[in-house]
Design a protein around this ligand. Sequence first.
Ligand code: URA
Length: 184
Amino acid sequence: MDELYKECAACTKCPLCEGRTNLVFGSGNANAGIMLIGEGPGENEDLQGLPFVGRSGQLLDKFLQAVELERSRDVYIANIVKCRPPKNRDPKPEEQDLCIKWLRRQYQIIEPKIIVCLGRIAAQKIISPDFKVTRQHGQFIEKGGVLMMGTFHPAAILRNPNNKEAALADWFALREKMHELGIN
Ligand code: URA
């Protein structure tokens, strides 16, 4: 993973690299059974070089704690794009396409049993282009021998706290699935 980080840090394939302070490659346990995938770094992530360290990250930590998962031990967290899009706009399809090869290689190293997509951008890129978070959140889908689930992006819950209960249920469903598969 360290080698891959170095390669990724030298990537200039799309213009997002020009505006970044730091590359946000990923963090957590590279041997974890669970991989969490977000869309792209925000301001705090860009400044610290780590995924989900701002307000969204604090909420993500609460969900993880609620199901007794430890960020550095039980999961690996990465994003679809590794450099911050300007003004936190959605990463463009061509930026996603150019960056996803890094995520694929992270996935090949980690070999997770379960992938959790945080929000629409990740779920539509990883699970299915027509994925609807409000309708399909919490459902496990098998693809290429891996179980995948999409849930609400923590930032979306901060904007609309009405979805908090539903999101929490997804995290409990993850916990249940982990038990079934004998992870942790
Ligand atoms: N939102 C994301 O999708 N990823 C991060 O790393 C932070 C916020």
